[in-house]
Ligand binder design. Structure first.
Ligand code: DAO
Ligand code: DAO
Length: 289
């Protein structure tokens, strides 16, 4: 049943649970979102004192959604004003929680899990991630070019994804460490493999120095136990800034590095395919709003 496969639940004290959205997106998500809208509308209606305008907006769109006959124009999960409500979202496989808005302006577009195969024997869950983007930046950079296309047409549109990777749009990938025995040396070698291969793909072979500058930020003494939160942001002017548990560890200005990091989550071989689809659809929906 749709509601079981899409187990959001809203309440004032507990964050909603977000597991993977449905794979056959437009139709199935619309059905799933009906359940979400219903649950959310109920939770908001029954919470006595919350009458902020964002809650009203949310309620309005949930109700419009529920009673609309035109379900095809309904928003994707992330656009059901979750961000407007500032309700945290839980990645259900790991239990990691992500705020729906980061800073003042970056909205959650999708969440996923980074897994790694060890010696081809088993997969370990390394970290859960949430990808955030500034919707105003997206509009400013891309609305002119893509305004004629609907969000569903834009999802999976290679040019759109490429433009998200290339443009000066503020975005953050927030990683929450799930694996309890992560050492800095294994992190470094994983970067060399994942980020290194992208640097090579997009920039040619001469990028060892850039990768070294990036990994040199992560000193041996840094500890990243389970639950640590690492935020990697592309800021204006293609500055890639990294912080661990709110402490800045460094920044590097490089368009190529920004693109290579975002490609891990949005590129042709993403860590989590379902997350990529959600992220694309939500990014696309920000153009329409
Ligand atoms: O040797 O215990 C092990 C397995 C370690 C896998 C490490 C994967 C690291 C992935 C990058 C993490 C970035 C924070
Ligand atoms: O998952 O393979 C991967 C690479 C993730 C790249 C993100 C960089 C985060 C920096 C973490 C520093 C930890 C000391």
């Amino acid at each position: 049943m749709a509601s079981l496969r899409f187990p959001f639940s809203f309440s004032q004290t507990q964050p909603p649970h977000y597991s993977r959205p449905l794979s056959s997106f437009p139709v199935a998500a619309a059905v799933g979102a009906t359940a979400v809208g219903a649950t959310a509308a109920f939770a908001v209606l029954t919470s006595s004192s919350s009458s902020s305008s964002s809650h009203r907006q949310f309620l309005e769109s949930a109700l419009n959604f529920l009673f609309s006959s035109d379900r095809t124009s309904l928003p994707a999960w992330g656009t059901l004003s979750l961000a407007d409500m500032s309700v945290p979202v839980v990645e259900s496989k790991s239990g990691a929680t992500f705020p729906s808005v980061l800073g003042d302006s970056q909205k959650l577009c999708g969440i996923g899990l980074r897994r790694k195969s060890v010696f081809g024997l088993k997969n370990i869950d390394v970290y859960a991630f949430g990808v955030y983007a500034d919707d105003n930046d997206i509009k400013e950079c891309l609305a002119g070019k893509f305004e004629k296309l609907s969000a569903l047409e834009l999802k999976g549109n290679k040019e759109f994804t490429e433009d998200i990777l290339e443009n000066d749009i503020s975005m953050t990938v927030s990683l929450q460490i799930v694996y309890g025995r992560l050492s800095i040396s294994s992190v470094r070698s994983a970067f060399e493999e994942s980020v290194g291969s992208r640097l090579q793909k997009f920039g040619g072979s001469d990028n060892k120095e850039l990768l070294q500058r990036f990994t040199a930020q992560f000193k041996d003494e840094i500890k990243i136990p389970k639950g640590s939160v690492i935020n990697i942001s592309r800021e204006k002017g293609y500055v890639l800034r990294t912080s661990i548990d709110g402490q800045e560890v460094g920044s590097i200005q490089s368009k190529l590095l920004c693109k290579s990091i975002l490609d891990l989550y949005l590129g042709e071989e993403p860590f989590d395919k379902q997350a990529k689809e959600d992220i694309e659809l939500n990014l696309a929906s920000y153009l329409q709003k």
